[in-house]
Design a protein around this ligand. Structure first.
Ligand SMILES: O=C(O)[C@H](O)[C@@H](O)[C@H](O)[C@H](O)COP(=O)(O)O
Length: 241
């Protein structure tokens, strides 16, 4: 008998619209619970192409959005007017309808490099964003999550530990990857794991197969496996073809 697959709850849907509605209902319920417990709530959300429908559905949910802070799990080092900016994605697709009054905690600052802004951004996120109540992670076809790419630590092995260890020493890192054109900033797994509710929003058969490998193969070194192996509570997968 091979090793047991890493624990993961699964919610499978026939299409992306159904998934978006269900994930929006679940995240809204988690936020309402957090608001009831401590009067404010914080959710970290992934960028990329997958989450747009989910953001739109979430923006229609009824809850006390004025007491909710939203932050991106990662940011491409581009101004918020740029089409690849995750802050822009949040503002265009989530900060509308009922959610228009939510507060965005941006990662980007107008410095030339993410390294130059790291300390002030890290301090602000630690003070105003953490601990999280909810985190939603996408996954790239290469097994990256947030901006924690498979080549993390190529030039600086300590960065891999800080990024991927469940007890890593910092909540935010500046990253460079050969996989993407621009430098980035990212929450680390130790920051993401402060969320008692952790979701993977993954669409498509290829990503599902990769996730399966990460769940079952102990030799897998991809960041997605570090999520599955290190998460203090088993994440819940929301998947559709
Ligand atoms: O800003 C980003 O790029 C992300 O937060 C990233 O981790 C994303 O979730 C995956 O790359 C999946 O992206 P797609 O949904 O576009 O495939």
């Amino acid at each position: 008998m091979g090793p047991l697959p890493l624990p993961l709850h699964e919610r499978l849907f026939d299409d992306g619209d159904q998934l978006a509605q269900a994930l929006a209902r679940q995240v809204a319920a988690d936020l309402r619970g957090a608001l009831a417990r401590h009067g404010e709530a914080c959710v970290a959300l992934s960028g990329g192409n997958t989450p747009k429908r989910f953001f739109q559905a979430l923006s229609l949910q009824t809850l006390d959005w004025a007491r909710v802070t939203v932050l991106p799990v990662d940011e491409r080092w581009l101004p918020p007017s740029h089409p690849r900016s995750n802050e822009k994605l949040l503002r265009d697709h989530l900060l509308q309808n009922n959610a228009a009054v939510a507060r965005v905690l941006p990662m980007y600052r107008p410095t030339e490099t993410p390294e130059a802004a790291l300390m002030p951004v890290l301090t602000r996120i630690a003070n105003e964003g953490l601990p999280l109540d909810v985190a939603v992670l996408g996954m790239g076809e290469d097994g990256h999550v947030a901006s924690l790419f498979p080549d993390l630590g190529r030039d600086n092995p300590a960065l891999r530990e800080i990024g991927l260890q469940p007890q890593g020493r910092a909540p935010v890192i500046a990253v460079r990857t050969q996989a993407m054109p621009e430098p980035r900033m990212s929450l680390t797994l130790s920051a993401l794991f402060t969320a008692p509710a952790l979701y993977l929003h993954i669409e498509g058969a290829n990503k599902r197969a990769l996730l399966d490998t990460a769940q079952r193969d102990p030799r897998c070194t991809l960041p997605i496996r570090a999520v599955l192996s290190g998460a203090p509570v088993p994440p819940t997968l929301y998947w559709s073809p």
